[in-house]
Design a protein around this ligand. Structure first.
Ligand code: URA
Length: 218
């Protein structure tokens, strides 16, 4: 972990900026490769995450690990965090003021990790990057440019655990992840003026190919 990420983690663990810390056992700053190309952003810690102080370690986390495997990724390759870093009571949805208080940490993690691709898990995380009007059922499996970074929206693994009809959509989202990463890499290289990369990789509105997953390229 970099010094900056360690400092952010310490601040999260002692954070009292909103009501969410009350009654929790641990803040959950996030963990993973500090130089990850991909940053996963979930919703907020649940029971197991609160108990262990680590993100996605319960049943939804096991499914996330399985989905990462579909995309030939390991947890150690990526960085995993959440929109809110303390567990909402009873796993309720995080409230707007709680998200607003907490996203400062996420912003600093993004600035430090500098991911090529941010992957959102679920609608709250998606809403931060795609805007409040976006609907997860419409934008999952698509890429969007957010500031300098490509963002790819996925369903939340917990949705597939609670409602089996979402399992196939979740699998398709993760099956589309390697292509999303490839597009994000090309975009990042084009923006950095890398050799041999067409500029339109950065700004194309094309719909790519025939993948069963949606994949609108930036
Ligand atoms: N669900 C989330 O959104 N985040 C976690 O860390 C665990 C479950």
């Amino acid at each position: 972990m970099s010094q900056t990420l360690t400092m952010i983690a310490e601040e999260v663990r002692s954070c009292t900026k909103c009501r969410l810390h009350q009654g929790t056992r641990n803040g959950v700053p996030g963990e993973g490769n500090p130089e990850a190309e991909i940053l996963f952003v979930g919703e907020g810690p649940g029971f197991h995450e609160d108990a262990q102080g680590k993100p996605f370690v319960g049943p939804a986390g096991q499914l996330l690990t399985e989905m990462l495997g579909r995309a030939e990724l390991k947890r150690e390759d990526v960085f995993i965090t959440n929109i809110v870093k303390h567990r909402p009571p009873g796993n309720r949805d995080p409230l707007p003021d709680e998200m607003a208080a907490c996203t400062e940490y996420l912003e600093r993690q993004i600035a430090e990790i500098k991911p090529v691709l941010i992957v959102t898990l679920g609608r709250h995380s998606m809403g931060y990057f795609f805007g409040p009007a976006a609907k997860i059922t419409q934008v999952h499996g698509t890429l969007k440019a957010w500031r300098d970074i490509a963002v790819y929206a996925c369903f939340h693994p917990a949705a597939a655990l609670h409602q089996p009809k979402y399992r196939e959509a979740l699998e398709q989202d993760f099956d589309g992840l390697p292509r999303a990463l490839d597009a994000a890499r090309k975009r990042a290289a084009a923006r950095a003026g890398g050799p041999g990369v067409a500029d339109d990789a950065a700004s194309s509105d094309d719909t790519a190919g025939s993948s069963p997953a949606q994949m609108t390229l930036l």
